[in-house]
Design a protein around this ligand. Structure first.
Ligand code: NAI
Length: 258
């Protein structure tokens, strides 16, 4: 039996992962705004600090793996919070939990990115530079000049920044060198409350027109299966990889990227 942290455990893909891990007999420390063992708001420094403290206590200082699925979709008017949850809600947590991950034997970390990183063009470089420094306030200021698509750019920008942070850290001595295997899962549209809210909201038409060659949306259960592989010994030789599971959008838009 292993001990895993799952953020965003109350809904969608995080809930599906937590369910599968518990079903396999593992101990799951769920973290979310509510309905979780650790209830914390990852959009604030205080929330992240408390989350780290509570998770370290709950796992006794040894964590076999972490799945960072908490996240916000591209909601207009919430640009800065999107950046804080999707970027700092991952990096702040992982910085604090690194010693507990290093204390386990080949701990695995799966961070939820998104195929929006490659499907959304024109995220301003000035915003990405600020995000690389963890300056979400400055990045939000840059993005808010791009209304009405500021939230879409904030979402893609947050996922680009978190993916870059993960790849840079994954290969470092303190991570890969300490036995931690950190990788990114980049889904396309998956039918969860997050996507349903987008389909029902003002951007519904835009989301529906997004080209998906598979002609269907993914399910949380499919994605959970990929996460389980990325938590298994099959991932012992996997470091800093981005696994795209998106029904073909990435290949359609960038067939010659490789
Ligand atoms: P969801 O909305 O069903 O679940 C996200 C969970 O994160 C919720 O339980 C929510 O309460 C939690 N959360 C949000 N803000 C939080 C905060 N400040 N503090 C703590 N918890 C917070 O979303 P879904 O679709 O399961 O998304 C999981 C991850 O996958 C997210 O990072 C999302 O950006 C990413 N993703 C989702 C896609 C989709 O089509 N559903 C596509 C690509 C990426």
């Amino acid at each position: 039996m292993k001990t895993y942290l799952v953020t965003g455990s109350a809904s969608g893909m995080g809930a599906a992962v937590a369910q599968r891990l518990s079903g396999d007999g593992h101990r799951v420390i769920g973290l979310d705004l509510r309905d979780a063992q650790v209830c914390a708001d990852l959009s604030t420094w205080e929330g992240r600090s408390r989350a780290v403290r509570e998770v370290l206590t709950a796992c006794g200082g040894v964590l076999d793996g972490a799945v960072l699925a908490a996240g916000m979709g591209p909601t207009a008017g919430r640009e800065r919070t999107i950046l804080e949850v999707n970027l700092l809600g991952v990096t702040g947590l992982l910085d604090g939990l690194r010693p507990a991950l290093a204390a386990a034997d080949k701990a695995k970390v799966v961070v939820f990115g998104s195929n929006s990183t490659t499907a959304t063009p024109l995220v301003p470089r000035a915003a990405l530079r600020r995000l690389a420094d963890g300056d979400t306030t400055g990045a939000a200021r840059v993005l808010l000049r791009r209304k009405p698509i500021a939230a879409t750019l904030a979402y893609a920008g947050s996922k680009l920044a978190v993916s870059r942070w993960c790849r840079e850290h994954a290969v470092a001595a303190e991570w890969a060198g300490d036995g931690i295997r950190m990788n990114i899962l980049a889904p396309g549209p998956v039918l969860t409350p997050l996507l349903r809210a987008q389909l029902a909201g003002g951007t519904g038409k835009q989301v529906r027109s997004f080209p998906v060659p598979a002609r269907e949306y993914g399910t949380p259960e499919q994605i959970a299966t990929w996460v389980l592989v990325m938590l298994s010994p099959a991932a012992d030789f996997m470091v800093g990889s981005v696994i795209t599971v998106d029904g073909g959008t990435e290949a359609l838009l960038r067939p010659r990227a490789w």
